[in-house]
Design a protein around this ligand. Structure first.
Ligand SMILES: [Fe+2]
Length: 206
């Protein structure tokens, strides 16, 4: 039995339209994410059989890349939801509550967070991920990026956005900023708030 399996999407492939097309979601989930899962399983099997430090070191890059790809995409599917603007769900809506309070305290408004997030994420050179993360030392929200498929290790991931071309190119071509503007319509702020409140120490007050 393989160690890792592709998690099912929590909504149908077309559920995020018109912001993310069915074609992108289908390929992204069944082809790209599945490939990370398969390659992670293969790398872990090879690691278990490796008998020398040299053989184990040679597998580090594959473990990092495919393990990160599996971790990041598993987070990504869950931090998206069908859009309320389309009458399909609760995506894109930040309700009053602890996450909204923290966003206003840190960025001034959700709109400011979105602007800063999009500018920082659009500036990633090559492939990577944009994150709203919780700094575990200061308990502050921060916008951070990771390269390639590196998972976010310095912060607790609250919202992650895949900025690999495979995430947007079939619909948005080279216009990364249109993809970034659109994706806020399908961000699951309920999931983000759950991650945020779980990550805070007990009794935390802003
Ligand atoms: Fe991806």
């Amino acid at each position: 039995m393989p160690n890792h399996t592709l998690p099912p999407l929590p909504y149908p492939y077309e559920a995020l339209e018109p912001y993310i097309s069915r074609q992108i979601m289908t390929l992204h989930h069944t082809k790209h994410h599945q490939t990370y899962v398969n390659a992670l399983n293969a790398a872990e099997e090879a690691y278990a059989k490796a008998s020398t430090p040299k053989e184990r070191i040679a597998l580090q890059a594959a473990l990092r890349f495919n393990g990160g790809g599996h971790i990041n995409h598993s987070l990504f599917w869950k931090n998206l939801a069908p859009s309320q603007d389309e009458g399909r769900g609760h995506g894109g809506v930040l309700q009053p509550g602890p996450l909204n309070d923290a966003i206003v305290a840190t960025f001034g408004s959700l709109e400011n967070l979105q602007k800063q997030f999009n500018a920082t994420t659009a500036a990633i050179q090559g492939s990577g991920w944009g994150w709203l993360g919780l700094n575990p030392t200061s308990n502050r929200l921060e916008i951070v990026t990771t390269a390639n498929q590196d998972p976010l290790l310095t912060h607790v991931p609250i919202i992650g956005v895949d900025i690999w071309e495979h995430a947007f190119y079939l619909q948005y071509l080279n216009v990364k900023v249109d993809y970034l503007n659109a994706i806020w319509h399908v961000i699951d702020f309920q999931e983000a708030e759950r991650r945020y409140t779980e990550a805070l120490p007990a009794g935390f007050k802003l």
